[in-house]
Design a protein around this ligand. Structure first.
Ligand SMILES: Nc1nc(=O)c2c([nH]1)NC[C@@H]1CN(c3ccc(C(=O)N[C@@H](CCC(=O)O)C(=O)O)cc3)C=[N+]21
Length: 282
């Protein structure tokens, strides 16, 4: 069993972004700007925002944080998104999800300029991804592809089973794996005999948000197991995969923490750089 080191792969990507930013800064006098919008005080979200700010600083981006109170109304948030859309120093806009219930998240996502949509959640970018047009792809699934490539794990022709059908991970993961010629199955809470379906997989992606849901009987001997889960259990971070029992069966596995999470941040930097280059025709 090989442990996939997301921290290592993410630092390779961040170093590459940092080097390119330095060159582009010399050439244009500009640096990419990333705006992160957080509504409310969710302590877990606050940690991600802090990590994003720290990473922006490392790679040489300008980082702007907007922290709005939990009772912010939709019109106020839409106004902020509009201002960020027309701000030339901002190339990436990330509105942290989930949003409080008085706000229609889909409306907010659709208000973001698709060229600045570094999450890849705007319908234009979702459509491009589904059509196989090069686009800003969601950071978590894009990071998973980067990890598989780094470890030279073959995707073409392989059976991939994705557990979870969210717009953030499950669905875009399916599109990216399909683009790489895998055979895709998406499972969810209504799937019949889920463990048996998952056991068919050469690559299993756990993205259902249930701690240690993917147990050893979901996993074929020698499978590759990717854990997208970020669950807090008794103050500890645990994934969607029952790591200790699954690890013995598989060929590769990602840990939590130190697996997919750091890759998400690295791909956010990569997408912001891509947006910067495309906005400035570089
Ligand atoms: N619009 C939007 N885009 C997102 O990408 C988004 C979001 N909303 N809402 C919340 C989720 C969650 N998410 C994480 C990113 C990095 C880590 C991460 O870096 N985790 C580290 C450390 C975590 C820790 O120690 O707390 C790790 O797994 O090793 C975790 C979670 C992005 N999300």
């Amino acid at each position: 069993m090989t442990l996939i080191d997301g921290k290592l792969v993410s630092s390779v990507i961040k170093d590459r972004v940092q080097a390119e930013v330095a060159v582009l800064k010399d050439k244009t006098g500009k640096v990419p700007g990333l705006a992160v919008v957080l509504v409310g005080e969710d302590p877990a979200s606050a940690v991600y925002v802090k990590n994003k700010n720290k990473t922006c600083e490392k790679v040489g981006f300008q980082s702007l944080s907007h922290n709005l109170p939990a009772d912010t109304d939709e019109a106020t948030l839409l106004k902020l998104v509009g201002d960020l859309n027309s701000d030339d120093s901002v190339h990436g806009i990330l509105v942290q999800l989930p949003l409080p219930k008085q706000i229609d998240s889909q409306r907010v996502l659709e208000a973001i300029d698709p060229r600045k949509d570094v999450d890849g959640f705007h319908p234009v970018n979702v459509g491009h991804l589904a059509s196989g047009v090069k686009t800003l792809a969601p950071c978590t699934p894009a990071g998973i592809i980067e990890m598989l490539d780094h470890y030279k794990i073959d995707i073409e022709g392989k059976r991939a089973v994705i557990i979870g059908r969210s717009n953030i991970v499950g669905k875009p993961m399916a599109m990216l794996l399909l683009q790489r010629n895998a055979t895709i199955t998406i499972c969810h809470s209504r799937t019949k005999d889920l463990p048996a379906v998952a056991r068919e997989a050469d690559i299993v992606v756990g993205a259902i948000g249930k701690p240690r849901f993917v147990t050893a009987d979901f996993v074929k001997d020698g499978a590759v197991v990717i854990d997208v889960g970020i669950n807090r259990v008794d103050g500890k971070l645990v994934g969607d995969v029952d790591f200790d029992n699954v690890a013995e069966k598989c060929s590769f596995i990602t840990p939590v923490p130190g697996g997919v999470g750091p890759m998400t941040i690295a791909m956010l930097m990569q997408n912001t750089l891509t947006a910067f280059k495309s906005i400035h025709n570089l």
